[in-house]
Design a protein around this ligand. Structure first.
Ligand code: FUL
Length: 483
């Protein structure tokens, strides 16, 4: 084969490979990247707010802190990683720098950092210890570098500060190996010159893409993961993973319409930008001793789980290290209970392996794919055949109060409306109804005892692809936070 033929063949092959799978559904069906898909499936991320505020008892430092106050007595990042791992978290995000500008790594661009603290004799690097602990525990690594910097003198002198910020990003993205998520917030203020800083978002994002092409970037405006529009840990219902990129173009824009868009996404959105639900296990983001008694209750945390992970989102739960540099005992106890209860709820899927009849046939597409163990096999009713029903035969009457549904989102998010019914006392009755499903939808309802259950997809943007269905029996605490 001559060079020209080879080039033509290569060109054709890459054209075919670049076509998304299932392209028969048309170009409007947006899909996640492999990194976004893995992020959805990881479900739980732990946030760690740590820095000078931990020692000043504040939430927002003003940048005038003396670096010598940063002196954790027992810092042990392996404890953070162990707690996160045991509680089922897959990724941890650390505040490498918060609004006070104090850097947890010895940045060469500022003196406001660990290098001027007494901790580890000024030779320490919290980011390095954090990354090493994550790697050892098999956790992914994320970093938050606050754009708002109340210490840095160039802040407000926009081009100069943007350069400074990109230099710091470069340090973080080149000295610590692979980073899975970079977290940006939109907080913005005036610099010492009285001028408001204009952030170079495009430049920041380019820096991340260039240095860590596999990292996901979080902010109100993505580009890969969007803020959910509140700090209570609740996603909207419906919650689409897609958005219109024109609706929120930069972080920090605010306003009712924008917040609602962030909550719900947009079924017609042209980009995949799923919601991440950030919330703290305590009232504050940083550790405050007086909040030791205000750690969220188990019922509250479970409610957050059902309304974040159970609404097609990822839960980003903040657990702040204390002045010792350890995760505090009350929080660790609560996380242990949280994991134990989640394991208890989801240990037995009453629908697993049960026969399913309904619309659609064939090995990859038949309804029984929703009760098998494979993530990659799904039920897909014939094109245009809605409503479509999958009926699960439970064999005998069983009692449950939680239903789980998952779409095969590798090929987009499709379902717009569904209904769930149970067969009890000789009749079908509705037990739940909803809109979007996405990666995971969890519905809670009063105890139902039934021998058959049916899921009906009433409306979908494209041919539905349901890969998983489950029924569970949760203890009362899982309903405590429900309003
Ligand atoms: C916000 C910050 O202002 C808070 O202090 C906190 O870090 C939260 C997660 O993001 O933008």
């Amino acid at each position: 084969m001559n060079r020209l033929n080879r080039l033509i063949l290569l060109g054709l092959a890459s054209l075919i490979l670049s076509q998304p799978a299932g392209a028969q559904d048309g170009p409007s069906l947006v899909r996640p990247t492999p990194q976004q898909l893995a992020w959805h499936r990881d479900e739980l991320t732990m946030f760690l707010h740590f820095g000078v505020n931990t020692f000043t008892d504040r939430e927002w430092g003003d940048g005038r802190e003396d670096p010598r106050i940063f002196n954790p007595t027992e810092l042990n990042a392996r404890q953070w990683a162990r707690v996160a791992k045991e509680a089922g978290f897959k990724l941890m995000i650390l505040t490498a720098k918060h609004h006070d500008g104090f850097c947890l790594w010895p940045s060469k661009y500022t003196e406001h950092s660990v290098k001027n603290s007494p901790w580890r004799g000024g030779k320490g690097d919290v980011v390095r210890e954090f990354v090493a602990a994550c790697r050892a525990a098999g956790l992914k690594v994320g970093l938050y570098l606050s754009p708002w910097d109340r210490h840095e003198p160039s802040y407000g002198d926009s081009p100069r500060y943007n350069e400074f910020y990109k230099n710091q990003l470069t340090e973080l993205l080149t000295h610590y190996g692979s980073i899975s998520e970079v977290w940006f917030d939109g907080a913005c203020g005036e610099g010492p010159n009285g001028r408001k800083q204009q952030y170079d978002w495009a430049g920041f994002w380019d820096t991340v893409r260039r240095l860590q092409p596999c990292a996901l970037m979080f902010s109100d405006a993505g580009p890969d993961v969007r803020w959910v529009g509140n700090e209570r840990g609740y996603a909207g219902d419906p919650c689409w993973a897609t958005v219109d990129p024109g609706a929120v173009t930069a972080p920090g824009q605010g306003g009712k319409a924008i917040l609602s868009m962030l909550q719900h996404g947009d079924p017609n959105g042209a980009v995949w930008r799923p919601a991440e639900c950030d919330v703290s296990i305590r009232p504050g983001w940083f550790y405050h001793e007086k909040q030791d008694t205000q750690v969220k209750s188990l019922g509250h945390l479970l409610d957050i789980y059902f309304k974040s992970v159970g609404r097609n989102s990822v839960l980003l739960l903040n657990v702040p290290p204390d002045k010792r540099g350890l995760l505090p005992a009350p929080d660790v106890r609560r996380l242990t209970e949280f994991r134990k209860t989640l394991n208890q709820i989801f240990a037995v899927n009453l629908a697993a392996g049960k026969p399913v009849t309904g619309t659609g046939a064939g090995a990859r597409l038949g309804p029984s794919n929703i009760t098998d163990r494979s993530w990659d096999s799904y039920w897909s009713p014939a094109d245009g055949a809605l409503p479509a029903t999958a009926e699960v035969d439970l064999g005998k009457p069983v009692t449950f109060n939680v239903a789980l549904m998952q779409e095969y989102i590798a090929q987009g998010q499709r379902v717009e409306e569904y209904r769930l019914e149970a067969f009890a006392d000789g009749a079908w009755k509705q037990i739940a109804a909803g809109t979007t499903i996405g990666h995971k939808k969890l519905d809670r309802f009063p105890d139902v005892t039934a021998s058959k259950v049916r899921l009906t997809i009433l409306k979908a943007r494209h041919t539905p692809q349901i890969n998983h269905f489950g029924l569970f029996c949760a203890p009362a605490v899982a309903f405590e936070g429900m309003k």
